[in-house]
Design a protein. Sequence first.
Length: 290
Amino acid sequence: MEYPFTGRTLDLDGLGYHYLDEGSGPPVVMLHGNPSWSFYYRNLVIALRDRYRCIVPDHIGCGLSDKPGDDRYDYTLVRRVDDLERLIDSLEFTERITLVLHDWGGMIGMAWATRHPERIARLVIMNTAAFHLPGGKKFPLSLKLCRDTRLGALLVRGGNAFALAASFVGCKRHPMSSALRQAYRLPYNSWQNRIATLRFVQDIPLAPGDRNYELVSAVARGLEQFRDLPMIILWGKKDFVFDRHFLAEWQRRFPAAEVHRFADAGHYILEDAKEEVVPLITEFLDRTGA
């Protein structure tokens, strides 16, 4: 497997929180989504670690982190943000942090950022959100099935349907090889190890009263304070979830952001268009550094 790293582990009250800590220099924290893991960022880490310190955690229940049951871990957004906070505090950064965000990583990362806006240097945004479902965007039926039905839960945890589907539809320009699909699905190889895959979907707040709805609202209100920071947005336009509606919302909130659209690329933009995206991110960080 293309994962030439030696990971580290932070103890979170008896749970192992796996993360990469590669290179030295200004800190760059990369946050993955669902059903991905730190493997998603491998090529970017390799490109940056000669001059940046790359921190890439696996959320609890994901990747090489522990995958506890509900009796040992609260699979909610606020807990994800608290975990990230403990990791960043443990690393004792003295410089401001660049956040690289994809999928659920956007919500987790920007929730942490709104707690500590003075600690953010730059933002790299890829097919993600830090706000509620934009107007005009319908919640996809496949996600609704997973989120709200017993059948969906059975398919996700019993058949690995969510991770399986993502490995096939996440890349459009360069469909994943069999070996690459297996690498993405590797951590999610049993009913128990697929708990986070399901809990992430179940944790999506859609209406007032839903768990985390108010937290997402607060984060969305807090995005204004980052308008003057350097930001690059890289977007796969063939993402059936994070589509043009989400991109338009990011642009509405951050009109000065540098935007790169990839008409033939899907959700896993860093995989699908890596030959363009990795150099664009690298150049952006070098150009906007202090």
